[in-house]
Design a protein around this ligand. Structure first.
Ligand SMILES: C[S@@+](CC[C@H](N)C(=O)[O-])C[C@H]1O[C@@H](n2cnc3c(N)ncnc32)[C@H](O)[C@@H]1O
Length: 276
């Protein structure tokens, strides 16, 4: 049965059995994201970032009665202008679609974007790429994407079995930066071949290093490599580094959290060029 239109022009949906709602819910599963190439993002400010970055939504889902709240009317106008399917859903349906903690009244479906590997020999002189090997925690990945956005980095290469940056948790932790940071996905062998052609410094952030990460300024273009939460950087990746550095630690801990270590490294590399 076709859904009635609401005053906002969106289709009104109250059933969890609706085919569009079922398809959106399935995007919580990696398999569905892989098969469809789609992902979900929630919250008005995140969706405003998508709009500013030029990501047209495929669908926009709004809690019934919230069309005039905050930026929602602007988002509806944008989504309709982009030809998106606009749905106004009951609280029961929205409750199943939105995140459990801090649920939002609006969410949207987008197409994933993966960049092809840039030609290593042709990267701009001010390039700063981050390689992440086998990262496991989507919250860490999203936080790192947000930090890459903050420092104006060129992008991230997700190496090996690194988690899906388009998972709900990663997108959420990125706070909209998923729409601003170019992402490349490479198998380990392909990454090693690419990194070995890198025209500038290839920096490994590693606990085994002897050089303090603040010892000498970094010269762009830089390719920074960070290891996984568990195993750290593999021997193969460590071997392509032209420089290995360590962040000093005074306590009895083994290592810093990956996202924290990455933020420290990125800010140190960008020390000279980031100004208030
Ligand atoms: C949680 S740590 C991994 C710990 C792992 N057991 C190891 O031996 O590397 C995740 C990644 O963060 C970076 N990292 C964490 N603490 C660091 C430190 N003090 N100095 C340099 N890099 C660090 C490294 O790239 C590391 O591979």
């Amino acid at each position: 049965m076709p859904c009635p239109d609401t005053r906002s022009g969106a289709r009104a949906i109250t059933s969890l059995q609706n085919a569009s709602i079922k398809a959106i819910r399935r995007l919580n599963m990696r398999k569905a994201r892989r098969e469809t190439g789609l992902f979900l993002a929630e919250g008005a400010s995140v969706l405003m970032t998508a709009r500013a970055a030029g990501w047209p939504p495929k669908s926009l889902v709004l809690l019934a009665g919230s069309a005039h709240q905050g930026a929602n009317s602007e988002l509806i106008a944008w989504a309709r202008g982009q030809g998106a399917d606009c749905l106004e859903v009951s609280a029961a349906v929205q409750g199943k679609l939105a995140a459990k903690d801090n649920p939002q009244s609006v969410l949207a479906v987008f197409e994933q974007r993966w960049m092809s590997t840039p030609d290593a020999l042709a990267v701009p002189a001010n390039a700063l790429w981050l390689a992440l090997e086998d990262v496991r925690d989507p919250g860490n990945l999203g936080t790192i994407i947000r930090t890459l956005d903050a420092v104006g980095a060129s992008g991230a290469v997700l190496v090996g079995s690194t988690v899906d940056p388009f998972s709900r948790e990663a997108v959420r932790a990125s706070m909209g930066s998923i729409f601003n940071v170019p992402l490349v996905r490479l198998r380990k062998e392909a990454f090693l071949a690419w990194a070995s052609r890198w025209p500038g410094e290839v920096v490994a952030s590693a606990l085994s290093a002897r050089e303090d990460f603040r010892a000498t300024p970094y010269q762009l273009p830089v390719l920074l490599m960070m290891g996984s939460e568990g195993a750290g950087l593999s021997a193969e990746l460590a071997a392509v580094a032209t420089r290995s550095v360590k962040i000093p630690m005074a306590g009895a801990l083994d290592s810093l959290n990956l996202a924290v270590a990455t933020a420290l490294m990125l800010y140190e590399i960008c020390r000279a060029r980031l100004r208030l």
